[in-house]
Design a protein around this ligand. Structure first.
Ligand code: SAM
Length: 267
C-alpha cells in the first residue's frame, strides 16, 4: 500500500522535483552566457537562490555569488546542499524589496531565476495576494537598488500566455538516490484575477507526495513596464533554451546616468 504525504513546504521535495523536471545544464549555460554578455567584473547576487538549483554548480565552477532568498525553509535546504557539495556559502535571508537598502549598488548582476518573480510572496504560505503590477515594481526596484549603474538583472518568466484550461505535464526520471520518480503537474490560470495555480503529485519509489502553490500571471509586458519604471534599458530576451521549455529569460541593463526612481514602499 502507498501513502500520500501532503508536503507542508515545497523545500521538502523541490530538489527531487527539479532533478526530474528542470534542466540544470541549461541554467548554468544561460547564466554564464549572461555573465559573458555584460563582461562580469564583480559579484553576482542570486536573490531567489531557493535550494541552490543551478547556483551550486556555478559556485563549484568558481563564480563569485552572494546568495539570498526570502524563505528560511529554502535556505535551510540550500545550506544542507552546499555542505553536501563541499562548499561553504553563507546565504542571507532577504526579501527583494529590502535588497537596495542592504546592498546599495553593490552587484554587477542580480539573478532572479526559476520563475521566481511569478511566485513573489506566495512561496512560503501559498496565499496569493491580488495581482498588482505596483508590487512587481516594488520587487524589481529592490533588485535594481542592489545593482551598480550599468549592471544587469537576469530574470526568467513564463514564455507563452497559457490556456484557460488546465495544462497537465507528466515527467519521469530518477532522484539523486536512484529511486524512480514520476511527476504529474497541473497548472490552471484564471485570466481575470491573473492567479495561476500549480498542483504537483509526485511518486518517489513507493511514496506519493503532493504540494500546491499559487503564483501570478506575469507576462513580458508587465515585466517591461516594471523594468522601465525602475530605470532599466535595453531589455532583451536571451537566446537558447531556458531552464524549462516554457520559460523565457530576460537580461535588462540598469541605466548609468539616471538613478533608480524611488518607489513608495506601499505594497
Ligand atoms: C519558484 S521558487 C524558485 C527558487 C530557485 N530559484 C529554483 O529555481 O529552484 C521561488 C523563490 O522565490 C523566493 N521568493 C518569493 N518571494 C520573495 C520575496 N519577496 N523576497 C525574496 N524571495 C522571495 C521564494 O522563497 C522561493 O525560493
Amino acid at each position: 500500500m502507498t501513502n500520500t504525504f501532503a508536503v507542508d513546504h515545497p523545500a521538502e521535495v523541490i530538489d527531487i522535483y527539479l532533478n526530474v523536471c528542470a534542466d540544470e545544464n541549461r541554467f548554468v549555460a544561460q547564466s554564464i552566457a549572461a555573465f559573458d554578455t555584460i563582461g562580469l567584473n564583480g559579484s553576482v547576487l542570486d536573490c531567489a537562490v531557493g535550494t541552490g538549483f543551478g547556483t551550486i554548480r556555478l559556485l563549484e565552477l568558481g563564480y563569485s555569488l552572494v546568495c539570498s532568498d526570502g524563505s528560511a525553509e529554502m535556505l535551510d535546504r540550500f545550506r544542507h546542499n552546499c555542505i553536501e557539495a563541499g562548499l561553504s556559502n553563507d546565504a542571507i535571508c532577504a526579501r527583494w524589496e529590502d535588497l537596495g537598502r542592504m546592498f546599495p549598488e553593490v552587484f554587477d548582476m542580480v539573478m532572479c531565476r526559476g520563475n521566481s518573480l511569478a511566485y513573489a510572496d506566495t512561496w512560503d504560505s501559498d496565499t496569493a495576494l491580488e495581482f498588482d503590477p505596483g508590487r512587481v515594481i516594488t520587487h524589481v526596484a529592490g533588485m535594481a537598488g542592489a545593482l551598480r549603474p550599468g549592471g544587469a538583472l537576469l530574470v526568467d518568466l513564463p514564455s507563452a500566455r497559457p490556456d484557460t484550461s488546465p495544462s497537465i505535464l507528466e515527467h519521469q526520471g530518477f532522484c539523486p538516490a536512484g529511486r524512480p520518480v514520476t511527476v504529474i503537474e497541473e497548472i490552471s490560470t484564471d485570466h481575470e484575477t491573473r492567479i495561476r495555480h500549480w498542483d504537483v503529485a509526485m511518486t518517489v519509489g513507493h511514496r506519493n507526495y503532493r504540494f500546491a502553490r499559487s503564483s501570478y500571471l506575469l507576462d513580458l509586458n508587465t515585466l517591461r513596464d516594471a523594468l522601465d519604471a525602475c530605470g532599466f534599458t535595453s531589455v532583451r530576451s536571451l537566446p537558447g533554451s531556458s531552464v524549462r521549455d516554457h520559460y523565457q529569460t530576460v537580461v535588462a541593463i540598469k541605466q548609468r546616468s539616471q538613478p533608480t526612481r524611488r518607489i513608495a514602499a506601499g505594497r
